[in-house]
Design a protein around this ligand. Structure first.
Ligand code: PHE
Length: 351
């Protein structure tokens, strides 16, 4: 090999070293060292070849070769320090094995936990979830639910009206119950129907320990062939036992809602005193042993007709329950307002 060839070879080795040293992810510095500077490394072998080159040129080439060797050694030392291999000690306080700072974790709101628990019970019974808008038309909130115009039953639900009109020129309103989702669902699908519909509802009511102008309900609707009051009773009893335990009992008291016939208030045996408040009067059931929990009944034929379901062919039941009331019973909360005040001392108790 002549001097020019040798120089070219040195430059090629230098380039290939630079490329290998700059690779991401980095190559193992020990392997690089062995490949270029080791006893049989590329640079070491080239330096050995110097012996074939005439003396006058050998000196300058040798100096050039040594400069490249020093360069490579310096770069390798740097790489070893970064990769943590033995090399000049790099001091650091960083300990990657220390645990991280604990972050305060939030938890679900008691109403959400309650709703999830209620939803789980019904999903086991084959109910799926349906939703509807909070701003509703008179038609869905009242008319199709068999509330005739000017019927006094409309006064049972003090309504917030919105300063906007629907397509038929009537004022829009904030839904007073989740029952309009019954109509929206039936108009959208063929029977059979088996849905629950949780959500926010609004009534113009003064706030106290058991009332609020905005609260939550869960609606249930089951339409199929031959569905009766007996199915309603079994479903609600199964649901209550699942939620409150197998000793929970259910009773139906006659009641009136325009969209069901017959209609009922459903009561559950008091989960606190279990009906045994003989000596001290139970503050929750007021000593009666029963707690009123929801409205229910067999879907009125007029409601089915409004949705183009043939009442001769299909029948069903519906129920509507306040979620707040269930949350208060499940978690022993005595004042509904506690559910809206975001006091962490209350919220942290429910998981
Ligand atoms: N929508 C009724 C209310 O809010 C409850 C209900 C629902 C009653 C379904 C019967 C059937 O008071």
């Amino acid at each position: 090999m002549n001097a020019t060839g040798w120089k070219e070879k040195l430059s090629a080795i230098r380039d290939s070293f630079s490329i290998s040293a700059a690779k991401i992810p980095a190559e193992n510095p020990e392997a690089l060292e062995l490949r270029f500077l080791g006893r049989k490394g590329e640079l070491a072998l080239l330096l050995r070849d110097l012996k074939d080159i005439p003396l006058e040129e050998r000196k300058t080439l040798g100096a050039l070769g040594n400069t490249v060797k020093e360069e490579m050694t310096a770069i390798l030392t740097g790489l070893k320090a970064v990769s943590g291999a033995p090399g000049p000690a790099v001091k650091t306080d960083l300990d990657l094995t220390l645990p991280g700072w604990p972050l305060p974790k939030g938890s679900l709101h008691p109403l959400t936990v309650t709703l999830n628990r209620m939803g789980e019970c019904f999903s086991k019974l084959g109910f799926s979830i349906a939703e509807g808008p909070l701003i509703e038309e008179d038609y869905f909130n009242f008319e199709a639910l068999n509330f005739p115009p000017f019927h006094p039953a409309r006064d049972m639900q003090d309504t917030f009206y919105v300063d906007l009109k629907d397509a038929s020129g009537k004022d829009l309103l904030l839904r007073t119950h989740t029952s309009p989702v019954q109509i929206r669902t039936m108009k959208n699908q063929e029977p059979p129907v088996r849905i629950i519909s949780p959500g926010r509802v609004f009534r113009s009511e003064a706030v106290d320990a058991s009332h609020s102008f905005v609260f939550h309900q869960i609606e249930g609707l089951y339409i199929d062939k031959g569905v009766s009051m007996a199915d309603l009773k079994w479903t609600l009893e199964t649901f209550m036992k699942d939620l409150f335990g197998s000793s929970a009992k259910v009773r139906f008291m006659p009641s009136y809602f325009p969209f069901v016939e017959p209609g009922a208030e459903v009561e559950v045996s008091c989960v606190f005193c279990r009906g045994k408040s003989d000596t001290v009067r139970c503050p929750v059931c007021k000593g009666t042993g029963w707690i009123e929990l929801l409205g229910a009944g067999v879907v009125h034929p007029n409601v089915l007709k409004a949705c183009n379901y043939d009442p001769q062919k299909w029948s069903g039941f519906a129920f509507g329950a306040g979620i707040e009331r269930f949350a208060m019973l499940l978690y022993g909360i005595s004042d509904m307002r506690m559910l809206y005040e975001n006091d962490l001392r209350i919220l942290k108790q429910v998981h």
